[in-house]
Design a protein around this ligand. Structure first.
Ligand code: ATP
Ligand code: MG
Length: 264
């Protein structure tokens, strides 16, 4: 399999390393073509956000972790992009918050499901739901076929973490009465708008922060966790995020050219 060597001195090194992971995911049959397009949309928003985690995202992360720690049956939904980018971190996080992991694909084939499961198992997952026969339950979904889910996972979940999910699917989960936490770089997407908690950040930055936060909050009392959840307002957090974008663009617009050629 062809690997592109990216020199660490490249000004966009980190972004290129992430992109290469998605390409490798595609070559291994984990990620699909539409996943590559979705990644490009994410990159565009990350540019606008300055490729950093902003304070509203930190608040969403705190509320998300508290919600998962309080949940009876939290589930982390994993697709091809998630498996290509942060498989190890997803497994680690699932253990910190005691959440089940379920493979959940928009373009479902059993081969891809199994490949994603195997990646997660090789990263230390104890069990991966939603593969083959295990996805025996169906839930109603707008604009696409009824979706198959695991009767031990998403079907009975009270909280579902959906990193990089489609808007229709998010809406379908909400209609089933589930609390939905999403990670999505686009604050304007239907997913971002439909979620109970939206973490507007790159998944490669967000999940490690969520692991840290979980280690921290695991020791907190139920009262403290509930207070965090109750005082969280996704409308305010999304509004602040859009404001950050707005202010950043205004500043950059004043300069026009804000990058300079390095001295020879
Ligand atoms: P909608 O929610 O309106 O249906 P969409 O059609 O863009 O939006 P999808 O293609 O299903 O939704 O989801 C991809 C989403 O994930 C995009 O909003 C994209 O910005 C975001 N995304 C892609 N890569 C990353 C990443 N590494 N971290 C966080 N978000 C990402
Ligand atoms: Mg969509």
């Amino acid at each position: 399999m062809e690997h592109h060597i990216i020199p660490p001195s490249h000004p966009r090194y980190k972004s290129l390393v992430i992109r290469e992971k998605i390409v490798q995911g595609y070559l291994k049959g984990i990620t699909v073509l539409s996943g590559l397009i979705a990644h490009g949309r994410g990159e565009a928003f990350d540019y606008i956000l300055g490729e950093q985690t902003h304070p509203p995202a930190l608040r969403a992360i705190e509320a998300a972790v508290a919600t998962m720690l309080l949940a009876k049956h939290p589930v982390i939904s994993v697709n091809g992009n998630v498996a290509a980018l942060v498989p190890r971190e997803i497994v680690e996080f699932s253990k910190e918050v005691n959440a089940a992991i379920e493979v959940n694909l928009f373009y479902r084939t059993e081969e891809r499901e199994r490949k994603i499961r195997d990646v997660l198992l090789s990263c230390g997952a104890r069990e991966v739901l939603g593969v083959g026969e295990d996805a025996s339950a169906t839930i109603p979904e707008l604009h696409s076929e009824r979706r198959r889910v695991s009767p031990r996972g998403i079907l009975i979940a009270d909280v579902v973490l959906v990193p990089l999910e489609d808007g229709d699917r998010t809406e379908a989960l909400r209609k089933m009465g589930k609390k939905v936490i999403s990670i999505d770089l686009n604050p304007f997407s239907r997913t971002a708008q439909m979620s109970n908690i939206t973490i507007v950040d790159n998944i490669v930055r967000a999940i490690p922060l969520m692991i840290e936060k979980a280690r921290d909050l695991k020791r907190a009392s139920t009262v403290v966790l509930k207070r965090i959840v109750e005082s969280y307002d996704n409308r305010i957090v999304l509004g602040e995020t859009i404001n950050i974008i707005n202010n950043r663009l205004t500043e950059l617009a004043k300069k026009g050219v804000f990058l300079e050629l390095p001295k020879a």
